[in-house]
Design a protein around this ligand. Structure first.
Ligand code: GLU
Length: 460
């Protein structure tokens, strides 16, 4: 099996593209096959080196590796030119100056259903001759067979007057030369497929043009198998876009998702039991993935489900592993103790700093939390708590817990009437990891200093 991922570097790698890459990767890894990375950089204005770099980085972050490439499509233009010339020489393609208006006029005369046929004028853009008889059948593993009657297909333009080839031509020749056996891509390319089949099978093969080099792994070149992946929608049933939250792989990384959770979630977008809450490790995905079980219905990307799934992955990491990832994510070090007491309350890496950053950077300044929890009653409870903490010997988590529960009992109050004022004093807000754990990570001196500052401040 030889598959390919062929992104156009006209922007960041989007979630749909990442899913296409992942499905190809899962197929290749599951079959012991080869994944070819081809950069379709023929749009010279939008294909920048920065965009290529971003795509490579996104694949690296997702841990989707490839076996051949990256191959630049533009770097192959000489080969494209040669194949084009052969087709022209053999009369399977011709040059025509026909414009869009000429095509319209042709249809007005012959009927809208009639595919446009031009005449060879020896100049202008290059069109492929489509035979009137017969049809091209696209065998799609996901969608079944679709027949395209030739008589309805326009002779497609395959190169501009200056000889630069168009997308469908470049793709077909590149797939032939790379000995691609399975073409797995988004549904938006379905209408290109008959043109590409006509190009590769009918014309190129009829002209006796073989793949540029013999296949390195002995795969026989034949008609590739096609699979067009279902569209991605947001939870509102509309085509997935930035409005639905994260749109690119970079967005997902910045939002604090783990690559293994993203792989799991993307794999389920259109494949599996339609249960997008299934936890499947990457080796399990490699083992189980099959094109036969990809749905043709649009799949729904729901960031809340990804968050949930990510939380499950995050809590399954060892504290050391999670700490290393958080240190890389935040650019800070020495986080281990804080990570250990925060992991139960996090779903993404980005949740860590808002939850536990106060441990390192000092209390936040949430006015509402102060007003709510450090009124006269709250300050009295805090003063009692301070006295209890100050006396502890040794200052252990168990002792702290017992002492503070003692304060709750002595004041005959609810636990939160004592714990929330402490929390606000330590964190400056009403959110933090567990209060006993937080006290023990801060240490007694720091905790007492923060409590004193809070008592002082709210006294004014
Ligand atoms: N370059 C195309 C894209 O990024 C994909 C072409 C293909 O997979 O055949 O949408």
């Amino acid at each position: 099996m030889r598959v390919r991922f062929a992104p156009s570097p006209t922007g960041a790698l989007h979630i749909g593209g990442a899913r296409t890459a992942l499905y190809n990767w899962l197929l290749a890894r599951g079959a012991g096959g080869t994944l070819v990375l081809r950069i379709e950089d023929t749009d010279r204005e939008r294909s920048t080196p920065e965009n290529v770099e971003q795509i490579l980085e996104a694949l690296e972050w997702l841990q989707i590796d490839y076996d051949e490439g990256p191959i630049s499509q533009v770097a192959r233009s000489e080969r494209h030119g040669e194949v084009l010339q052969r087709l022209l020489d053999d009369g399977r393609a011709y040059r025509s100056t026909a414009t869009g208006d000429d095509v319209k006029a042709y249809k007005a005369e012959h009927g809208a259903e009639r595919g446009f046929r031009g005449s060879d004028e020896g100049e202008g853009a290059v069109r492929l001759r489509v035979p009137d008889e017969g049809s091209t059948i696209v065998h799609d593993v996901i969608r079944g067979d679709t027949a395209f009657a030739h008589v309805h297909l326009d002779d497609p333009v395959i190169a501009r007057a200056d000889g630069s080839v168009l997308y469908n031509f470049a793709v077909a020749v590149d797939d032939l030369d790379a000995h691609i056996t399975h073409i797995v891509r988004g549904e938006d390319h379905l209408s290109n497929t008959p043109k590409q089949i006509l190009l590769v099978l009918e014309a190129v093969a009829a002209s006796g043009i073989a793949a540029e080099t013999a296949s390195s792994d002995g795969e026989a070149a034949g008609a590739p198998v096609y699979a067009h992946l279902p569209l991605l929608h947001g939870p509102d049933g509309k085509k997935l876009s930035k409005r639905h939250g994260a749109a690119s792989v970079q967005d997902l990384r910045d939002a604090g998702y783990l690559p293994e959770a993203v792989r799991n979630y993307l794999a389920l977008l259109g494949w599996g039991d339609a249960d997008d809450e299934t936890i499947l490790s990457t080796p399990q995905l490699v083992e189980r993935f099959s094109l036969q079980r990809v749905s043709k219905n649009p799949a729904q990307f729901d960031e809340r489900k990804l968050r949930w799934l990510n939380g499950r992955y995050l809590r399954a990491l060892s504290v050391d592993d999670l700490t290393a990832r958080l240190e890389a994510f935040t650019g800070r070090s020495g986080l281990r103790d804080a990570v250990e007491i925060s992991r139960e309350k996090m779903q993404t890496l980005a949740d860590f700093w808002p939850l536990a950053g106060f441990i390192f950077d000092g209390p936040a300044d949430d006015e509402k939390a102060h007003a709510k929890w450090l009124d006269d009653d709250g300050r009295a409870a805090l003063a009692d708590a301070r006295a209890a903490i100050a006396q502890l010997d040794p200052f252990t988590l168990e002792n702290t817990q017992a002492a503070l529960e003692g304060v709750v009992a002595a004041r005959n109050s609810k636990p939160k009437q004592v714990f929330q004022p402490i929390r606000v004093a330590l964190a400056g807000s009403a959110v933090s990891p567990g209060i006993f754990e937080t006290l023990s990570v801060l240490g007694r001196d720091e905790a007492l200093a923060r409590i004193d500052a809070a008592l002082e401040r709210d006294n004014k």
